[in-house]
Write a protein that binds this ligand. Structure first.
Ligand code: ADP
Ligand code: PAZ
Length: 252
């Protein structure tokens, strides 16, 4: 059976394949959220080379209600599973009501068995989630690095969109470098400061999300971890019981 994992975020919808035998996550399709929603389910399945009815299990995490609606038009032979419905989400794992959290937080949290950790997801928003003694304590949400830059560029007549990046200089002597330091390096420093400010015991600090790669010099130098597919690891964990049931249905 084909297993598709989807992380539906506000900027991109990222679809991967999970190979049950090898337990490997393989690249599938990643497109801007608005472009994805403009696709028909048929186009989507064609793009994933699923052209005839066959057993498909699709597990997803979504913070985009229109995507949840879009899924309802998939053919019935696609077995769709929302990780929010997972019986593996345990109230005891949270210091608060997890129902009020976006699904991306749930997927990240269940990606591994954490003890003390800070998970930093750099997407449309940049979020910082705190785990202590295996329990999810809470999060911080800030505008993401890309939308922060875009907002400034849209409001400043002389600023133009460009490839603003991490800079090694302390300050810039042209607009490009000055903006890179302020918006990219500065964003990383803000995340690092919020993540470590109250830290009293050694914790894993893990970066993920489409924009995390912009901060590579920072997290490399500081010895923090980067796991590109953190959300997908959580999707696999949270959908394992539902996947087992789907596999058994095919066998019988
Ligand atoms: N195929 C892609 N299309 C668009 N953006 C991409 C793609 N792959 C990586 N990115 C990067 O991912 C960033 C968005 O991060 P992402 O984690 O997808 O956000 P969200 O989860 O909020 O949708 C974009 O700003 C871009 O830098
Ligand atoms: C914080 C977020 C905007 C992050 O979204 P992302 O950057 O991954 O697209 C998302 O998790 C969200 O919309 N949370 C709120 C969920 C809610 O209040 O129901």
């Amino acid at each position: 059976m084909k297993v598709i994992l989807i992380d539906a975020g506000n900027t991109t919808i990222d679809c991967r394949f999970f190979q049950q035998q090898t337990k490997k996550i393989k690249k599938g399709l990643r497109v801007l959220t608005n472009d994805f929603l403009a696709m028909t389910p048929r186009d989507f399945l064609d793009k994933l080379a699923i052209t005839t009815p066959e057993p498909v299990f699709l597990a997803y995490s979504s913070v985009v209600p229109n995507f949840n609606q879009w899924l309802t038009d998939l053919p019935r032979w696609v077995n769709v599973f929302n990780i929010r419905d997972s019986s593996l989400i345990n109230n005891k794992d949270f210091d608060f009501d997890w129902e009020r959290l976006g699904s991306d937080f749930l997927a990240m949290f269940y990606a591994r068995e954490w003890t003390n950790a800070v998970l930093i997801n750099c997407g449309t928003a940049s979020t910082i989630s705190f785990i202590s003694q295996g329990k999810f304590q809470g999060t911080i949400i800030t505008p993401g690095v890309t939308i922060g830059l875009e907002a400034l560029i849209n409001k400043a007549a002389l600023l133009t969109p460009g490839a603003y990046k991490w800079e090694t200089a302390l300050f810039g002597q042209n607009t490009q470098v000055s903006l890179g330091i302020g918006c990219v390096n500065g964003h990383y420093e803000m995340l690092k400061s919020l993540a470590t400010k109250q830290m009293t015991i050694k914790s894993e600090i893990v970066f993920t999300g489409g924009n995390a790669i912009l901060f590579q010099p920072g997290w490399t130098q500081d010895g923090f971890e980067y796991q590109e597919d953190l959300i997908f690891a959580g999707l696999i964990y949270l959908s394992q019981s539902a996947l087992k049931i789907a596999n058994n249905k095919i066998k019988n």
